[in-house]
Design a protein around this ligand. Structure first.
Ligand code: SAM
Length: 228
């Protein structure tokens, strides 16, 4: 079995031990092969928007001998899934805007028994804002390092309970509650990026650069509180 990247290993660590897991945008099906190989679930539905990745996935699934346990499916997001087919859903390695679009097209994800593991490559703040506005609770977040880069993971479920969010929550989510040092490193890098962007914008868009400075200030105060 191919060694799984630290990023996809983190996705595997966040799913629950359930019967069936859906892997959306599976590409080479590395995650489904690991999940079955490690007995994390009985079955995986591994889907992709495009035929090419699914062909790669098919070759890898057959080589691993998991053709019975991993179903490969062509699907734009979860449009070709039924609500009762999977309990945990992984959407990793896509932009945060695309992940939010996929969630938005799938109202049955709001059933309380569904658990989502999301890993946006970009626009994590956009995805959090979508989750906040649509009744999803971020249960926990974690950060992993892979090849020198940091990746943020969100574990979420829908809730009917009203939620209150602090200012700028979409920029940090549940990361301040993580005891992992990498979460602090991620937030520090984000604060530095906001300050760099604010400096680059300067006088050309005063409102935007002021907001970026406020975000950086909030992140720095969270980090200072964590260090105490
Ligand atoms: C960068 S790969 C990520 C693969 C794997 N999930 C990972 O995290 O390593 C993104 C995959 O998502 C697929 N994809 C893009 N948009 C999609 C959509 N709307 N629905 C399903 N798959 C999609 C692409 O075809 C591609 O195989």
């Amino acid at each position: 079995m191919k060694r799984l990247s630290p990023r996809l290993k983190e996705a595997a660590a966040l799913v629950r031990k359930v019967d069936t897991i859906a892997d959306i945008g599976t590409d080479h099906a590395y995650l489904p092969i690991y999940l079955i190989g490690h007995g994390i679930c009985r079955r995986v539905i591994a889907s992709d928007l495009r035929k090419g990745p699914l062909e790669n996935a098919r070759a890898n699934v057959e080589a691993a001998g998991f053709g019975e346990q991993i179903e490969l499916r062509l699907s734009d997001g979860l449009t070709n899934y039924r609500a009762d087919e999977a309990q945990d859903i992984v959407i990793a390695g896509m932009g945060g805007i695309l992940i939010a679009e996929i969630l938005d097209k799938t109202p049955w994800l709001k059933r309380g028994d569904k658990h989502l593991v999301l890993q946006p490559m970009t626009h994590a703040e956009y995805l959090r804002a979508y989750l906040m506005a649509n009744g999803y609770r971020i249960l926990r977040e974690s950060v992993c390092e892979d090849d020198g880069k940091l990746y943020c993971f969100m574990s979420c479920a829908h809730t009917d309970e009203p939620q209150k969010f602090d200012a700028f929550y979409e920029y940090y989510g549940e990361l301040p509650n993580s005891s992992d040092q990498l979460a602090a490193v991620y937030l520090r890098r984000l604060a530095a990026r906001c300050l760099r962007e604010a400096a680059a914008i300067g006088e050309t868009d005063k409102k935007r650069s002021a907001r970026l400075r406020q975000i950086a200030q909030k992140l720095e105060s969270i980090l200072a509180n964590k260090e105490q």
